[in-house]
Design a binder for this molecule. Structure first.
Ligand code: BT5
Length: 255
C-alpha cells in the first residue's frame, strides 16, 4: 500500500526528547506519519545512551512515526533510508555535498551536521512502530556548541553561509522519506542501498572497526537490507556489523 498522507505535526516549545515523546504517542496508538518537532530538547538522545545537543530552534529536531509491516530486525535499515533522505534534502536546500557515514551520521566535508536515531516497538505480532528521530544543525546557535563536539560538529549555515528555513527542510526530508518508503514497499531495499552506498564516506575504504574492547582493521564492502555494514577482515573473510563505531584509517582519508 502506498503511503501518501503527511501526518499531524505536533510542534512543542520544549520536550525531553522528540523520540521519547513520539514513542509514548506510538505506544498509545498514534497513526503512521504522526510527527513531533521541538524548538528545544532538554535530553536529546543519540545512540548507546549518548546525548544530542539541541538547545534551541537553530536546528530541526523531529521524530516521525511509521508502522511498516516487516521483521523488527530490519528497523536499522530505516535509519539508512532516512539518512539518504536527509542527505538529499541538505543538497537540495543548500547545494552542500552531504554524505552518509554508516550507520546514521550525515556529514559535510567531514563535519557531522545530522544524526539519526531509529527506535522500534515490538509486540506480539512483530514490529508495531518505528520512530525515526532526526536532528539537523541548520543555523548557528547563539551560544557556541559545547567544547566536546565543537571539533566534529557543524551547522549548515557555517558551511554554506546562508540560513536554512526549518519548515522548508522538514518538508524536503519528509517528501524524501515518503518517496523512499514507497520505493521500498514496491521494489525492496536494493535501489535505496545503492544510493546509500554512493553517498557513503566508508564504502571501499579501509576502516578501524571499534568493537567490544578491540579494534579490527577491515575494508567496507557494502550495506544490506538489515542496515548492516559488510566488511572484509581478510581476503575472503567477511563479517556483518550491526552496530558499533567505524572510522576511516588515516592513510585512507589523507588526513
Ligand atoms: C546520533 O547519535 O547521531 C543520533 C542523533 C539523533 C538526534 C535526534 S534529534 C530528534 C530526535 N530526538 C532525540 O532525542 N534524538 C533524535 P550518535 O551517533 O550516538 O551520535 C551522538 C554523538 O554526536 C554525541 O556523543 C556527540 O559526540 C555528537 N553530537 C551531539 N550533539 C550533536 C550535534 N548537535 N551536532 C553534531 N554532533 C553532535
Amino acid at each position: 500500500m502506498r503511503q501518501e498522507k503527511p501526518g499531524k505535526v505536533i510542534w512543542l516549545k520544549e520536550t525531553d526528547s522528540t523520540n521519547a515523546e513520539l514513542k509514548r504517542l506510538a505506544a498509545a496508538g498514534a497513526p503512521e506519519w504522526a510527527m513531533v518537532v521541538a524548538d528545544r530538547q532538554t535530553s536529546g538522545r543519540g545512540r548507546l545512551g549518548r546525548s544530542w545537543y539541541s538547545s534551541g530552534p537553530w536546528g530541526l529536531w523531529v521524530s516521525i512515526l511509521i508502522r511498516p509491516h516487516m521483521e523488527p530486525e530490519r528497523a536499522p535499515f530505516f535509519g539508512i533510508l532516512a539518512a539518504v533522505a536527509v542527505a538529499d534534502a541538505i543538497k537540495m536546500a543548500t547545494g552542500l555535498d552531504a554524505k552518509i557515514k554508516w550507520p546514521n551520521d550525515v556529514e559535510v566535508a567531514g563535519s557531522k551536521v545530522s544524526g539519526i536515531l531509529p527506535e522500534s516497538g515490538i509486540g506480539p505480532s512483530g514490529l508495531e512502530w518505528l520512530v525515526i528521530g532526526i536532528g539537523i544543525n541548520l543555523n548557528e546557535p547563539s551560544e557556541p556548541m559545547p567544547e566536546e563536539i565543537r571539533d566534529r560538529a557543524a551547522t549548515l549555515e557555517a558551511l554554506c553561509h546562508r540560513k536554512t528555513d526549518r519548515s522548508v527542510l522538514l518538508d524536503m526530508v519528509l517528501d524524501g522519506i515518503r518517496r523512499l518508503y514507497n520505493l521500498y514497499i514496491e521494489e525492496g531495499a536494493e535501489n535505496i542501498l545503492e544510493r546509500a552506498e554512493d553517498l557513503s564516506t566508508v564504502i571501499g575504504k579501509k576502516l578501524n572497526v571499534i568493537g567490544q574492547g578491540e579494534v579490527i582493521e577491515a575494508t567496507a564492502l557494502g550495506m544490506d537490507e538489515y542496515g548492516a555494514l559488510l566488511v572484509e577482515e581478510a581476503p575472503g573473510r567477511t563479517r556483518r556489523l550491526l552496530s558499533g563505531e567505524v572510522s576511516v584509517r588515516r592513510s585512507e582519508n589523507g588526513r
